[in-house]
Design a protein around this ligand. Structure first.
Ligand SMILES: [Zn+2]
Length: 158
């Protein structure tokens, strides 16, 4: 690769990712990749990440969903809980798939991370049961409980 072509290369990678739906990972996604290294995870373009959805709608949906994957709870920019080598990257997904007649209206959109979007997460989309959740939190260390409290306070701006 010629040095002068690096920015053009980066732009082409972005196009492949965002416009053509190819899942190309960079050093932002995986700690074992160096800047300038790319990994094409699958040669098959991903089903539409709702690429035609406006920036405003994306921002609205991400904000409404608290920048949190609605399937596994991973938070944008943090290490993914089920694949800590990857930073959580959120996409906009459809609640009812477009192929099933779902619309691009914000009410039919949700934040979903790349891991869940690839079907790599083993987490079921059902929400955790409150009783089990409380049991888990009561069993956690005090410092983890404090981390939960800090997170909840930030979420609810208490
Ligand atoms: Zn997820």
């Amino acid at each position: 690769m010629v040095a002068g072509n690096i920015s053009e290369w980066a732009r082409r990678i972005r196009e492949l990712r965002t416009e053509e739906g190819y899942l190309i990972l960079t050093h932002n996604d995986r700690a074992d990749l160096k800047p300038g290294q790319y990994l094409l995870e699958t040669a098959k373009p991903q089903p539409a990440f709702a690429r035609e959805i406006s920036k405003e709608t994306r921002a609205f949906v991400l904000d409404r969903n608290g920048f949190t994957c609605q399937m596994c709870g991973a938070v944008a920019g943090e290490a993914h809980p089920y694949d800590p080598s990857r930073k959580t990257r959120l996409h906009i997904g459809h609640v009812v798939d477009k192929s099933m007649g779902g619309s691009d209206d914000p009410s039919n959109l949700k934040a979903i991370c790349s891991v869940c979007n690839e079907g790599a997460s083993n987490i079921t989309p059902t929400r955790p049961d409150l009783q089990k959740l409380l049991v888990q939190i009561r069993r956690a260390t005090v410092s983890d409980q404090r981390a939960v409290l800090t997170w909840l306070q930030a979420k609810f701006k208490a």
